[in-house]
Write a protein that binds this ligand. Sequence first.
Ligand code: IMP
Length: 186
Amino acid sequence: MKAAVSPMTHSGYKIARILLTEEQIRSRVLELGKELGRDYENKRPLLVSILKGSFIFLADLTRAMQIPHELDFMVVKSYEGTQSTGTVRILEDLHQSIEGRHVILVEDIVDSGLTLEYMRRNLITRKPASMEVVSLLDKAEARTVDVKVERVGFTIPDEFVVGYGLDYNQLYRNLPFLAVLDPKQI
Ligand code: IMP
């Protein structure tokens, strides 16, 4: 049996506690993948992943969706440290048109909602046949704009979290679980 990875094996990383274990994440992502596979059968959806934070979620979600689908990526930046900068910059855009496509926007976390609101507005102008958002995490209490999130993996408290793709100043993404960052680090 595989031993669970403990924070102790990641020396140099300062976390307060584990919020979601590898097992909790794995089983929820499998469920989301199954649901999407069922709802988009015969639609050849396009998963648009917002990098960098969603890369591990996407890798697991795409393998859990057992229907033909495509992937594309956008790199956006809205945070410095733990603070939203309030403006969203597209560092790299999609490589294809989404006109007439069934788009599933894959996000790691919706916090204030500013990034997602911008992304929704931006992508809708490109005339997809449909668009929905699947976010692994939702910090519902932290929302400052009213933005729709069709599917959520987990609703979490308003604390800064790291791991499973999410970073603090570009570190911590490789933790296989989701952890609350030690507030003394911020
Ligand atoms: P929003 O625009 O405030 O909703 O923030 C969305 C983006 O901020 C996410 O896609 C993440 O990249 C980043 N973010 C927000 N909260 C956290 C967090 O707790 N940990 C790591 N990144 C976060």
